[in-house]
Design a protein around this ligand. Sequence first.
Ligand code: CMP
Length: 138
Amino acid sequence: MSNRTFTMIKPDAVRAGNIGNILQMINAAGFKIIAMKYTKLSTEKAGQFYEVHKERPFYGELTEFMSSGPIVAAILEKDNAVADFRKLIGATNPAQAEEGTIRKKYAASIGENAVHGSDSDENAKIEGDFFFSGLERF
Ligand code: CMP
């Protein structure tokens, strides 16, 4: 059971003015913020972050979109963090996301789906380390 996960509030949600609403839902669900930054990925950095999807047909679209504007990156802490956070954000495709989830409320499509959440403890660590040094975690 993990106690940390990694998230990004994606460019679509930032553009729509939903940073505050999404952070509110994250806090209300009991996640503690360990690290957070407002930043923008270059296409190259987005490509590195999503390297595991390199062979997928949507890779170009994904890296283009993820570098299209600023994001909020954060490390979150809670018992069972990875699984509970994925429950809170809902299915990757917002059309399949359950009522009350972040993606149901704020995502428009499978590509522009408002938030990212790590899919395993191993990836949560890799993704958190991609954005944050030890001095940036509290
Ligand atoms: P995320 O959880 O950030 O992890 C990988 C991302 O790839 C995913 O959210 C989606 O935004 C994106 N993605 C997955 N499937 C598709 C698809 N079929 N078309 C476009 N983007 C996709």
